[in-house]
Design a protein. Structure first.
Length: 295
């Protein structure tokens, strides 16, 4: 079996189509089709059901997939084992992070990271949606919050303190809340569908009902609405530090409650044979967070 053929099969299984697999691997769609056909001939088995729009695995394909993934991991580890220790990362590194974290934290560190690893290509997917990192072929996902998926490997990188904040214009029109119950009388800028914010009150967690005239499915849009004086937002400290320093936003402490502690995590699919590109990026991001005072 040709490992290049196996790579096409694994990429197609993850992406759900040969065209997407070809884009991910940087080869023409016709070449991807020929490689998949060659693998099926070598195995004397049909691995996928193909249509003009999508692709699904046969029973044989489902059985072969974990072995195919293991073979690619073994090849990556074998190459890494004989590379000079200072050779750096290579290949394509696929990352995902929330839009604000990707823009404010990850993007600024990428140029130096790529200069240190000239054989590396980086694909950063910035989205506020939680992506299936296995199905989408993601090497590293940066997630903020409390992790609930125990099937993934995660490394905690830093604390992620969150703050209640509002623009001076809003606070000039509405007295700032001083205790948790005061939030019920304020315009709160929430993610679409969210009706409560979680706070720590002594040793217990309290769910405070919040509402407002404006909601959005994007944290960046809520941030802009907050800057525009639309209401009170709950945002990460790294996301508002420049605005607070410039006087565009004001932090709002509460006397009887604090926001639940969250963390910044690097999440990746497997602990076995972690590629150098993944390990080096996570280490670089941890250093970058410390240099930015995010700890």
């Amino acid at each position: 079996m040709d490992l290049a053929d196996i790579a096409v099969f694994v990429a197609a299984a993850r992406a759900g189509s040969l065209a997407a697999a070809a884009r991910r691997l940087g080869i023409p769609p016709m070449a991807a089709s020929r490689r998949l056909a060659a693998l099926e001939r070598a195995l004397a088995a049909r691995l996928v059901h193909r249509t003009t729009r999508a692709l699904s695995l046969t029973a044989e394909g489902e059985a072969f997939l974990p072995h195919a993934q293991a073979m690619l991991e073994e090849e990556s580890a074998a190459r890494a084992a004989i590379r000079p220790s200072d050779a750096g990362a290579s290949g394509v590194l696929r990352l995902t992070a929330s839009a604000p974290f990707g823009r404010k934290i990850v993007a600024p560190m990428i140029p130096d990271f790529m200069r240190a690893n000239p054989d590396l290509r980086v694909d950063l997917l910035a989205t506020d949606s939680i992506m299936d990192i296995v199905a989408n072929g993601i090497d590293v996902a940066i997630r903020i919050g409390v992790l609930r998926d125990n099937s993934l490997i995660a490394r905690r990188l830093a604390d992620n303190p969150r703050k209640l904040c509002a623009a001076p214009d809003y606070l000039a029109r509405h007295a700032a809340p001083t205790v948790l119950a005061d939030l019920a009388d304020h315009q709160c800028l929430t993610v679409t569908g969210v009706t409560h914010w979680a706070f720590r009150v002594g040793e217990r967690v309290a769910q405070q009902r919040v509402s407002g005239a404006f909601t959005a499915n994007s944290v960046e849009i809520l941030h802009e609405a907050c800057l525009g004086g639309r209401g009170i937002a709950m945002l990460s400290g790294w996301n508002i530090q420049e605005d607070v320093a410039a006087g565009r936003l004001v932090e709002i402490p509460l006397a009887d409650a604090t926001l639940e502690a969250w963390s910044i995590w690097a999440v990746y699919p497997t602990a076995r044979l972690v590629p150098a590109k993944t390990r080096l990026f996570i280490d670089a991001l941890a250093r970058h967070l410390r240099s930015q005072g995010v700890a």
